[in-house]
Ligand binder design. Structure first.
Ligand code: NAP
Length: 385
């Protein structure tokens, strides 16, 4: 067999592979080249797709560095390149304005539009309303970003809904193949592909993603710092604060404004905090009451026994108790607990309900209501240890 004959099968294989590659290789145009647009573009380019992008910002150098063709503020030139897939990656708040301004008439009528907005029912309606009916629409939400997906995307969730992809019977096999190729990009990056209606996504995301962002921002507002004795749980909280801080406020506000389930979840979070606080203060109230009014050894009324819970002389009347006790229901800011001193059971801060009331050791002083709130034990900040 000649060397030429031996090379033939390899050549065939090479050409077949090249044909397959070119089928899989998409021209993807990204509209909105901010944090997430760039994050996505980089991976698409590395995976071998041709990537174009348009945005307002001066991202030319960043685009060049990742092999992306950038059209700053020039949506016409961007569309003239006829990307097969257009990914809407602008902020949620600007999505409608940006889509309306896009010269869609310059694109092929069969273009596949994809969005990556972190809310889903809103862009689904928007795309269906504003785009010509010949276009395909795929709504996605990569449930990760530049922080959580910094290294590998393996195991990270990618939610999607094929909102409108013309079938093979309607327009040949290429549209389905193109949508499949775009989704395959995420699957090959290791994402866990979750097909779900956009409306269900929003219901679920309000109580997961929106609450995560909210708690991260609340803790961020507390200006928490690393210490020498951090627990694992506390470190996880600091990490959450860090991840949240890197997302724009606009993104967070979009999660609130454009997901109708978010407001109710925010209220649920507030009520839950009140319930937890209430549990603490109710417990405290009972302990303090038992100390102020210990059961009389003679079985008489504690008020009449002349006992003095506070270590000093006199008092013991209901008015004193009313003044000393924090209001029921967790509304009070007065701290009845003292994490110093000796004697008495005291909170270990690890989420236990043990508390040392009234300074412990029998000689403690109750703080007047309105005194600055004290921490229970060392607090530790951690739920997990
Ligand atoms: P973002 O603040 O939500 O969006 C920034 C992008 O929106 C930039 O491309 C910016 O363009 C563009 N933009 C903002 N206002 C605009 C306006 N008035 N007109 C035109 N463009 C405007 O931050 P992001 O993190 O990059 O998110 C982009 C999208 O991805 C959002 O829809 C978000 O929900 C989604 N997403 C984000 C993450 C994440 O972890 N960050 C994860 C999944 C999905 P210029 O920079 O050119 O001004």
């Amino acid at each position: 067999m000649s060397a030429l004959d031996a090379a033939l099968p390899f050549d065939f294989e090479h050409r077949a592979r090249a044909a397959l590659e070119s089928e899989r290789r998409l021209t993807v145009g990204i509209v909105g080249f901010g944090t997430f647009g760039q994050f996505l573009a980089r991976r698409l380019a590395v995976a071998g797709h041709r990537v174009l992008a348009t945005s307002r910002g001066d991202y030319g150098a960043a685009a060049r560095a990742m092999g992306v063709e950038y059209f700053r503020g020039d949506a016409d030139a961007f569309c003239e390149e006829h990307p097969e897939v257009v990914v809407l990656a602008t902020s949620i708040l600007s999505a409608e304005r940006v889509l309306r301004a896009l010269p869609v008439q310059r694109l092929k009528r069969s273009t596949l539009f994809v969005d990556v907005l972190s809310v889903k029912a809103f862009p689904k309606q928007l795309l269906l309303r504003l785009l010509p009916p010949e276009t395909d629409v795929l709504c996605t939400h990569p449930m990760f970003g530049p922080d959580s997906g910094r290294g590998s995307w393996s195991g990270l969730n990618l939610m999607y809904e094929r909102v409108r992809v013309l079938s093979a019977a309607e327009d040949g096999p290429r549209r389905e193949a193109r949508a499949a190729a775009f989704l395959r990009f995420f699957a090959e990056e290791g994402c866990r592909m979750v097909e779900m209606p956009c409306e269900e996504h929003d219901r679920v995301a309000a109580s997961t993603q929106f609450i995560t962002h909210t708690v991260g921002r609340v803790l961020g507002a507390m200006d928490l710092r690393a210490t020498a004795i951090d627990t694992k749980g506390y470190q996880a909280l600091l990490e959450l604060v860090d991840n949240t801080r890197n997302d724009s406020f606009e993104l967070y506000y979009g999660l609130f404004l454009y997901n109708r389930a978010s407001a109710a979840e925010l209220e649920r979070l507030e009520r839950a905090l009140d319930t937890v606080k209430g549990g603490l203060f109710d417990e405290l109230h009972e302990i303090a009451r038992r100390q102020i009014f210990p059961p009389s050894p003679r079985g008489g009324s504690p008020e009449g026994s002349g006992s003095d819970a506070d270590g000093g002389g006199g008092g013991g009347a209901d008015e004193v108790a009313a003044e000393l006790l924090p209001p029921r229901g967790g509304g009070g800011a007065a701290a009845f607990l003292d994490d110093g001193g000796d004697g008495g059971g005291e909170s270990d801060g690890g989420g236990g309900r043990r508390a040392r009331a009234n300074g412990g050791g029998g000689g403690g002083r109750a703080l007047p209501s309105g005194a600055p709130q004290r921490r229970l034990g060392d607090g530790g900040g951690g739920t997990r240890r």
